[in-house]
Design a protein. Structure first.
Length: 124
């Protein structure tokens, strides 16, 4: 039987442990972590629904002049998630509908990376 193929993004970040804690605070689940000689985490795999993202040490944060990463996450109920996290994260752009048929909001994580949470808009 042929194994299913999939892609999983790996993002290099300055502090894996702090990144894991931030992503857990908005609903991601930790699949696996690897420590770095007890000093901190050097790798983590997290999931949100069926999606997965990996974080590895050695990266740098985004700045106002340079965005290192944009992460796009599909969710079942964007309104509920927004209500739950909007007061605990840096919201870059609140709930809005897009020309490409999604309802979404954009936040910045602790590394300055843009994370867009989106749900497909049902049309009649």
């Amino acid at each position: 039987m042929k194994e299913a193929q999939r892609s999983v993004p790996m993002i290099h970040v300055p502090d894996v442990r702090a990144t894991v804690e931030w992503y857990q605070s908005v609903g991601f689940t930790v699949n696996y972590t690897h420590d770095d000689d007890g000093e901190g985490l050097s790798f983590a795999s997290l999931s949100f629904g069926a999606g997965e993202v990996m974080f590895n040490s050695g990266g740098r944060a985004s700045t106002e002049q340079r965005r290192e990463v944009d992460l796009y996450v599909y969710v079942d109920d964007v309104e509920e998630l927004y209500a739950r996290v909007k007061d605990r994260v840096e919201v870059f752009k609140g709930i809005h509908d897009t020309f490409y048929g999604m309802r979404e909001f954009i936040v910045r994580d602790l590394n300055g990376f843009w994370v867009t949470f989106a749900q497909q808009v049902l049309t009649a």
